[in-house]
Ligand binder design. Sequence first.
Ligand SMILES: C[S@@+](CC[C@H](N)C(=O)[O-])C[C@H]1O[C@@H](n2cnc3c(N)ncnc32)[C@H](O)[C@@H]1O
Length: 214
Amino acid sequence: MARFPHNDGMEQQQASAERGHRWFAAFYQLSASAMERGAVGRIRRELIPPLAGDVLEIGAGAGANFPLYGDAARVVALEPDPHMIKRAKERAGANIEIRVAPAERLPFPDASFESVVSTLVLCSVDDLPQSLAEIRRVLRPGGELLFIEHVRGAGVLGRAQDIVQPVYGWFAGGCHANRRTERALRAAGFAFDRIERGKVNPLLPGIWGIARPE
Ligand SMILES: C[S@@+](CC[C@H](N)C(=O)[O-])C[C@H]1O[C@@H](n2cnc3c(N)ncnc32)[C@H](O)[C@@H]1O
C-alpha cells in the first residue's frame, strides 16, 4: 500500500484548469520509449543513483525516473499536467507521493529536500529564473540538483533553434528548444559539482550533471 495517498482532488482539478496536454502526453509516452533506449535512458541510469532522504522531482511526467530511486528515498514527485499524472501513478512505488504543482510555485517550506531532480523539465517551465529560485529555496544546505536538460546549441544550430521555436513550442507542449539552461543555472546561483555536455538525442544538444547552491 502506498505510504502517501495520491492527491486526486482539488489540486488535480486545479491543474486541469491550469494546463494539460492530452495529445502531448500520449505523444511523449510514445517517443519516450525510443529516448529511453538511447542516450536519455543511459544518462538517467548513470546520473541518478538510489537516493536517500527527502527527494523532490519536478515535472515528473510519466515517472521515467521512479524505478531509479530505490526504497530509501522519500520522494515527492510534482507534475502539473493531469494527463501525465495518470501515467506516473501507474509507476509510483510506495515511497513516491505524486502531487500537482508547477516548478514556479513549490508548495514546501524552505530547506525541505536533500535532492531535487529535474530531467527534461527546465526546457518546459514557463518561468525559468523563478523555477530555479524555487529549487534553491527548497534545497537543504549541502543539497543537490540532479539535472538532464536539452539546451540551445552553438552557432548555426542555435540560430536554427531560435527560428523554429515558435512552431516547435506549439507542437511540443510549451517546450523551448533554445533555452540557455547552463547560463540560467549559474545566474540563479548554482555551481556545478559535475556538468557534462553532449547530445540527448541525435539532434538535440544537452547538459547533465549535479549542481548545488553556492
Ligand atoms: C519532456 S517532459 C519530461 C518528463 C520527465 N521529467 C522525464 O524525464 O521523462 C516535461 C514535463 O515537464 C512538465 N512541465 C511543464 N511545465 C512545467 C512547470 N511549469 N513546472 C513543472 N513541470 C512542468 C510537463 O507537464 C512534462 O511532464
